[in-house]
Design a binder for this molecule. Sequence first.
Ligand code: ADP
Ligand code: MG
Length: 383
Amino acid sequence: MNYLSKVDVTNKRVLLRCDFNVSIKNGVITDTSKIDKSLDTINYLLNNKNTVILLSHFGRVKTEDDKKSNSLKIVYEYLKEFLDLEFVEDPTTIDKVQVSNKKCFLIENTRFTDVPEKRESINDLELAKYWSEFADVFVIDAFASLHRAHSSTAGVSNYLPTYLGFLVEKELTNLEKLVKNSKHPFLVIMGGAKVDDKLGIIEGLLKKCDKLILTGGILNTFLKVMGYNIGKSLVSDNGEILRNVEKIINESKNKIFYSSKFIVNRLNNVLEVDLEDIQNDDIIYDNIINLDEIINASKIVFLNGTSGKYEIDEYSKGTEKLLYDLKNSSAEVYVGGGDSVSSVISLGFENEFKYLSSGGGATLEYVSDSKLKALEYIREHNL
Ligand code: ADP
Ligand code: MG
């Protein structure tokens, strides 16, 4: 598959799929880095006299009502500060004349086409073909969306010459070193809240790594399955997940490690206790104690997820301790995931690690499985 950096795209109409799926709080974008990271490719294409038509999804759109809170207009308002940009309100009625008269467009949320009937997210090729008719070339720079083969991330490649943008190139070249990793010991550290989403990833990574440290909310479910009292802590109650956790523990027990101490909220007092001393009312956030040796012995580390609620001071100690340990080790450290990268940046450690990936689910799937669904699809279907 070709990188945009290896070809000459000039005086063309370019359909550019970005990932502008940023978080919003009180009507304000909380972190613009996803948008900022797309500017290299956008500006390069504009400087080369191309017309650029930007596509992105934004949030979850399941009902007509969801459209109200998931308009890309907020991204348009932000991007307008940098680009001479026009907004197209409906992703299924793009005006050909409008598009031929201006240089840069942002089309409304591609997922608006999922209501009333799913189109974008089932990779409806009629929709992909419709979008392709406005362009001569398709460039995909939405790294964080590449684990989904949708109309706008994959389908369009049936109809247009397709290239990978600068952000995708940077992510793939950096993460490839981890995917093709031959360094050992290879340590994976998985934390965060959602064990249900990450269990498949953990299974994939266990096949590749030498050791796995579990932390954060994910660890709680493992501890519960091992028979420990975890009080009122966050835990999965999905039977299938619990059975899978049990299977993983049985097969990989000797690869799995976790902290020996826990910070707990016990009836609104914050204490540090041993695992065996957790009581029925406790909510636990682990504390990354006695893991230094494993971290220091590692040559290469992949970290995803945080060790407790790093957003709240009282429960951020575990995450801080972990990041300090990683910074002080000589291992090559790769970090993936929105919150994980934010926690690194909030400590000012962004230059201390080998690579911080801008992807969440996409990074996890690529690192655990060496594949990304959109890229596999494009490889198979592109002209
Ligand atoms: P990433 O975005 O890097 O993939 P996650 O979203 O999986 O990471 O994990 C970060 C989130 O997990 C944070 O919002 C954090 O508050 C939450 N979290 C971590 N540990 C716990 C815990 N023990 N209990 C509840 N929430 C937790
Ligand atoms: Mg997150």
